[in-house]
Design a protein around this ligand. Sequence first.
Ligand SMILES: Cc1ncc(COP(=O)(O)O)c(C=O)c1O
Length: 449
Amino acid sequence: METKIAEMASSPDIRTPLPGPRAKAIIDRDHSVVSPSYTRSYPLVIARGSGAMVEDVDGNVFLDCAAGIAVNSTGHSHPAVVKAITDQAQKFLHMSGTDFYYEPQVRLAEELAAITPIQGGVRSFFGNSGTEAIEACLKLSRYATGRQNIIAFLGGFHGRSMGSLSLTASKVIQRRGFGPLMPGVYHAPFPDRYRPPLGATAESCAAVCIDYIEHQLFTHLVSPDEVAAIVVEPVQGEGGYVVAPDEFLQRLRELTRQHGILLVADEVQSGMGRSGKMFAIEFTGVEPDMMAIAKGIASGLPLGVAVARAGIMAWPPGAHASTFGGNPVSCAAALATIALLEDRLVANAADVGRHLMDGLKALACKHPLIGDVRGRGLMIGVELVRDRQTKEGATHERDMVVNGAFRRGLLVLGAGKNAIRFSPPLVLTREQADTAIRIFDEALTEVER
Ligand SMILES: Cc1ncc(COP(=O)(O)O)c(C=O)c1O
């Protein structure tokens, strides 16, 4: 028998102290049986979601500007995605695309070939997560070039399995106790225009960071002809939503081409429409050789993809595979997701993203805690500082603002040491963006008092 689900409120509605009694009971159970390695910023226990709204188990309603860490691209349980999932689930759940064929995986690879900014044909390898997409890129880079070394960037996050963790240089807690990691990995500074490294300025940091690779790494530490790949996030995600200058990615492309090094764009967080283009690297005109895609691609179902130029993805049967990778239900969800993104949601991310960015920048005029507001589309970072001159990071205050927003019905997450990220579902409306700005304003005011 069908039970009718009550409509969810379209604006935040907090009815109990947080956590409410039901949430508290579940959290208490979680604490004795679930890995304590998870970082929960506040006690949200979701019961259901719709669009950009989330209801917890006590009936409190929140505006979601976190989207399950930038995953629910089409909003919570978009009817078209749910239909694609249920239609596929009724046909078959699994057959292993590594040993057998099914059309949803082929169609998704065709779609990816059409939407990824790599000319001349690509192939896709399917896994279940961002870290698996990166592992595939790492293995393929070594295999295709016959070289061993990889360059990544300080502040970058690429996942937590041993290979990708070796590239990750975000928070030391993520690496502490797990070494030795994969050898042959070198880290270079990332051109953060708000905190330019190596004594550079906002204007010069792109050139200075390229110079570091050429004249420090390639001179003192590793010969460029032994480097397989440079892996870069066009917008650093976990690092604090830091946008790489266009010039930096363009010069990285020239440098990698000059030395036969593969350029791998990690678009796990910045991809699938979030930036206001399908992929953030499209803002720069740079064509990478490989891309890692996950998070938003299937609206919440697990799927990670390594996409590479066809000539590069030329490894033999058995060289790499995954039992569950490219699960047919995830592929069906991804196909529905891509259709929704192309239809309206990428454009909406650009439009509502501009509106949200303007609103957040306006808040900087009245809140001295705000040091920097940056991002692309609906991928916006707000960096909090104790002093705009010294740029001393306001980590404790950041955590208080995130919690204050939660208590008022707005879900946001921290990123980096002292930034707050806005990564809502791409269905966010201008009115909902205004609500987010209003609540964020109140939370900042409370902390600054
Ligand atoms: C840029 C980037 N790469 C890779 C990953 C790893 O993805 P996953 O957590 O799905 O393994 C993440 C996750 O946050 C990410 O932001």
